[in-house]
Design a protein around this ligand. Structure first.
Ligand code: SF4
Ligand code: SF4
Length: 136
């Protein structure tokens, strides 16, 4: 009984639905690449790969993100991780606006796509980010 309680508490902590946040890939990643094509925001890149805000979004030229950061959407940005697949937090919406659950976490064979405690955002902030990146 205690054993099952520990499992339940662990799972609740892993995806605490009261706290919404971007997803991060941990060092457990085995570089299988399964998550990359599943991301509706093109927020996932292979290790050492340069990336752009314009990739997989409608963003072009000078942009100011909803969080106030300024970029040129067409400029290449430095890789977040040189060895493992990584998620660009500023492009991740936890799949809000597209799917009911994070698609990267759903397909990852080693469960290494987890909520990023350093990127806590409200559901409204994530939806704003999604609408900012994808004009309708
Ligand atoms: Fe992409 Fe969704 Fe994973 Fe964020 S949670 S990186 S938007 S697949
Ligand atoms: Fe890494 Fe999981 Fe993505 Fe595979 S699916 S590349 S193990 S994060």
């Amino acid at each position: 009984m205690v054993f099952y309680s520990v499992i339940i508490v662990t799972l609740r902590c892993k995806f605490n639905r009261n706290k919404i946040m971007a997803i991060i890939i941990t060092d457990e990643c085995i570089n299988c690449g399964a998550c990359e094509p599943e991301c509706p925001n093109t927020a996932i890149y292979e290790g050492a790969e340069e990336w752009r805000f314009s990739e997989g979004t409608d963003l072009k030229g000078a942009i100011i993100l909803p969080n106030g950061k300024k970029f040129n959407a067409d400029d290449t940005q430095e890789p977040v991780n040189d060895e493992l697949y990584f998620i660009v937090a500023d492009k991740c919406t936890e799949c809000k606006g597209f799917h009911d659950e994070p698609q990267c976490a759903a397909v990852c064979p080693v469960d290494c796509c987890i909520p990023d405690e350093d990127q806590v955002e409200t559901e409204e902030e994530l939806l704003n980010k999604q609408r900012f990146m994808h004009k309708e």
